[in-house]
Design a protein around this ligand. Structure first.
Ligand SMILES: *Cc1c(COP(=O)(O)O)cnc(C)c1O
Length: 362
């Protein structure tokens, strides 16, 4: 048995062990082809069947209807900060953004370069420790779309409700909580997510797009930038990132086997409750960054009394087999990313370490 750490990396991040084992077992001969999945043609029957099955499995998990298409594209989520604006915001129209963290700000910045993008919420004044109160946003009906980032990976906050847009198209960057909980897909015009947080390796972005959105892609867009064109070619306009899609396909099967997204969410809640519970019970030694109503189930951010203790905490945790606990460079502190593939056992190990470290350094 290979030595495996408790992996709290923010992304790329932990993948389910059974999926990794299957990938290992299939490495030299995928699906009876006598080739690895990296060596088959993306235009071959076995690949087309696999990609179609993966699409169907993702739609089943999400409960997405026939009025939605699934696209597999490259460029990372970050490329889609621009592509969303290029495709969904007609010339002369404006879009609205909620700035709840580093990634949301990045998305808005790109949209501003290309046209009219308006901030209607910004939590920078409180270091992005919260998302808007339910019902507090005033989204314009006339906006081409409203964009939000439902899980703020860096700051550790998450929207626990879907904002009411009074009819404007809803667009969401779900990169870091995609497939961690059930989603009411029909409320969205477009969802996008980089795979490497919760559902696979880096290299593929999954787009869930309502088909009526496709008419907004202007014909003069470069074809690789056009959601309509990529959809028309069923994500085979160019060579798609086959290995990353393959991994996503195996993860989707794994999630179905676990009982679907409701079961996945139950376990994620259990993990997050355990960890926040331990932080809250520390008498202020560990200070969670996020306000209570905005706490992320995926990225748990917290501070220690001093930056020296934070350095020590990260170093000792690493020695004890826990990887990736240092916070993002822009905010400091600690961050435990507890995505789908991070086991309850890993979280229990971290909780025991929290208690022990405090006893020794309190
Ligand atoms: C990681 C992340 C991104 C950036 O993803 P890339 O695939 O590296 O471009 C964007 N948005 C959110 C919410 C993220 O967590």
């Amino acid at each position: 048995m290979a030595k495996r750490v408790h992996n709290f990396n923010p992304g790329p991040a932990a993948l389910p062990l059974p999926v990794l084992e299957q990938m290992r077992d299939e490495m030299l001969d995928w699906n009876g082809t006598g080739m690895s999945v990296m060596e088959v043609s993306h235009r071959s029957k076995p690949w087309e069947a696999f990609q179609a099955q993966t699409t169907a499995d993702l739609k089943t998990l999400l409960g997405a209807g026939d009025d939605y298409s699934v696209l597999f594209m490259g460029g990372g989520a970050r490329t889609h900060f621009a592509l969303v604006a290029m495709n969904l915001r007609p010339k002369g129209a404006f879009a609205e953004y909620a700035i709840t963290g580093n990634w949301a700000e990045g998305a808005c910045k790109e949209a501003k370069k290309l046209g009219d993008a308006r901030e209607i919420f910004n939590s920078a004044g409180t270091k992005h420790d919260r998302v808007p109160e339910p019902g507090s946003l005033k989204i314009s009906r006339e906006a081409a779309y409203f964009h939000y980032t439902c899980n703020n990976t860096v700051e550790g906050t998450e929207w626990h409700y879907v904002p009411d847009t009074s009819g404007a198209t809803l667009v969401c960057d779900m990169s870091s909580d995609f497939m961690s909980r059930p989603v009411d897909v029909k409320k969205y015009g477009l969802i996008y997510a980089g795979a490497q947080k919760n559902v696979g390796p880096a290299g593929v972005v999954i787009i869930i797009i309502r088909k009526d959105m496709l008419a907004r892609s202007a014909p003069d867009l470069p074809e690789m930038f056009s959601y309509a064109k990529v959809e028309k070619e069923q994500s085979l306009l160019n060579t798609p990132p086959v290995f990353a899609i393959y991994a996503v396909g195996l993860v989707a099967k794994h999630l179905i086997k676990q009982g679907g997204l409701a079961a996945v969410e139950r376990l994620n809640k259990q993990k997050a409750d355990l960890l926040y519970g331990a932080l809250d019970a520390s008498g202020g030694y560990y200070r969670p960054h996020a306000q209570k109503g905005s706490r992320s189930l995926m990225n748990v951010t917290f501070r220690l009394p001093t930056t020296e203790l934070e350095e020590k905490f990260a170093a000792e945790a690493k020695k004890a087999g826990m990887e990736g606990l240092k916070g993002h460079r822009s905010v400091g502190g600690m961050r435990a990313s507890i995505y789908n593939a991070v086991s309850l056992e890993s979280v229990k190990t971290l909780v025991a370490f929290l208690d022990d470290f405090k006893k020794r350094n309190g």
